[in-house]
Design a protein around this ligand. Structure first.
Ligand SMILES: [Zn+2]
Length: 402
């Protein structure tokens, strides 16, 4: 048993002051003022908050933004080993849970962490994402089609029956949810972010398979019609959502569909895309997408849409926006999206509960994933980048030697 004596305390939804936190067997046993006990940590100089959740990441182990180079010339096992080195970086950044939105590695990493083989954050894994032919989930469109299938970046499926079958295959691998691409994207060669992918019928079939297995669907979608198709099919979250029109945002709010704006990847591609090996067509497409998100986010917040912090990082960049600086997303949500510091903090903590992630709040009975941050990010969100102490299931991680 140990007690954390807090000054500024954020439970994932609200700020409290001068509370004590008792941790027992990896869980929060008590949360109240003046808990008596000897094993006490004085944390009054810190901002005590839940371990953060990156709700959109790809644990690919890639080292460039060039998908052809990564998926066609590197073996999946090489990437998996590389991705395992990211785990400690994520913890060190204060992220104790990540939702991988499409990458088979995430299943193996999740199992290795659960069994204690390696130390890492809690992982929610989509496994392979579902893509149509000539879709966002193909490594490239100018290579033979079967190369895409062979290298397994996605499950490629067309028509209701194939979609049902692909969804079942992904669920069979142990996916926690299903990821689909319902529009084109930026890093895919010949489609465009505003183009719809999959038909409403295909999307509904995938959502139904997920539902039957007690899972849900998250949809990558930029263009308005593709977002609408996914929302009406019953997905739980829209990833990106950059070109959503007003009526679609209102429908998302009504149906309780969450939005992950993924500003980090957009800023990364605009700022550093060229030197990171992103193709010219990718650099061209990012512009429209990036302009969109600054416009829709304030509206999304106003309509009460549940906003999730997700970086969409999927490769090492060696820049200021990288695996291990995932908290940048919170700063960007405030600076570009107009969220208040508290709203930005909630997007990486309490809001995750609303899509069923068992993390992001400090509550009695829940796993004690806790971060102590120097400064006060509820006052100035940029302080979320400050030095941290991280507790995973109640145990402080010794992060200095890494
Ligand atoms: Zn993504």
């Amino acid at each position: 048993m140990s007690i954390i004596h807090c000054g500024m305390f954020f439970d994932g939804t609200k700020i409290l002051e001068n509370v004590d936190l008792e941790i027992r067997n990896g869980r929060v046993a008590k949360l109240e003022k003046n808990i008596v006990g000897s094993d006490r940590l004085d944390a009054r100089d810190y901002f005590v908050m839940p371990g953060m959740v990156d709700s959109h990441i790809h644990l690919s182990g890639s080292t460039t933004g060039n998908l052809v180079a990564e998926y066609l010339t590197k073996d999946a096992r090489t990437r998996l080993l590389r991705a395992s080195t990211w785990m400690i970086k994520l913890l060190k950044a204060g992220f104790t849970t990540v939702r991988d939105c499409g990458e088979e590695n995430s299943i193996y990493l999740r199992e290795a962490i659960k069994s204690g083989t390696i130390v890492g954050p809690n992982i929610l894994a989509a496994g392979k994402p579902l893509s149509q032919s000539f879709g966002h989930g193909e490594v490239a469109h100018s290579i033979p089609f079967h190369w895409n299938q062979d290298r397994g970046m996605s499950e490629i499926c067309d028509g209701k029956d194939q979609c049902i079958s692909a969804a079942r295959r992904v669920l069979r691998t142990g996916a926690d949810f299903i990821k689909v691409f319902s529009t084109g994207g930026v890093l895919s060669e010949r489609d465009r972010p505003d183009q719809e992918q999959f038909t409403p019928e295909e999307l509904a079939a995938i959502v139904n398979e997920a539902r039957k297995a007690g899972k849900y669907v998250a949809a990558h979608a930029h263009g308005d019609q593709g977002i609408r198709n996914a929302v009406q099919a019953g997905v739980k979250s829209i990833e990106h959502g950059t070109l959503a029109q007003d009526g679609t945002l209102r429908e998302m709010a009504e149906r309780g569909v969450s939005l992950t704006p993924t500003i980090s990847i957009q800023e990364l591609l605009v700022k550093h895309g060229q030197k990171l090996g992103v193709s010219s067509w990718g650099l061209e497409k990012i512009k429209a997408v990036r302009d969109g998100i600054g416009k829709i986010l304030p509206k999304a917040a106003e309509y009460g849409i549940n906003i999730l912090a997700g970086t969409d990082l999927g490769f090492e960049t060696g820049t200021d926006i990288d695996i291990g600086t995932n908290w940048n997303e919170l700063i960007l949500l405030a600076e570009i999206g107009g969220l208040t510091p508290l709203q930005a903090l909630m997007s990486s903590t309490g809001n995750a509960r609303k899509i069923g992630i068992q993390a992001g709040t400090i509550e009695e009975g829940k796993q004690a994933d806790i971060v102590l941050v120097e400064g006060n990010p509820a006052n100035d969100i940029r302080e979320i980048r400050n030095k941290k102490r991280v507790f995973l299931a109640g145990k402080e991680l010794s992060l200095s030697e890494h």
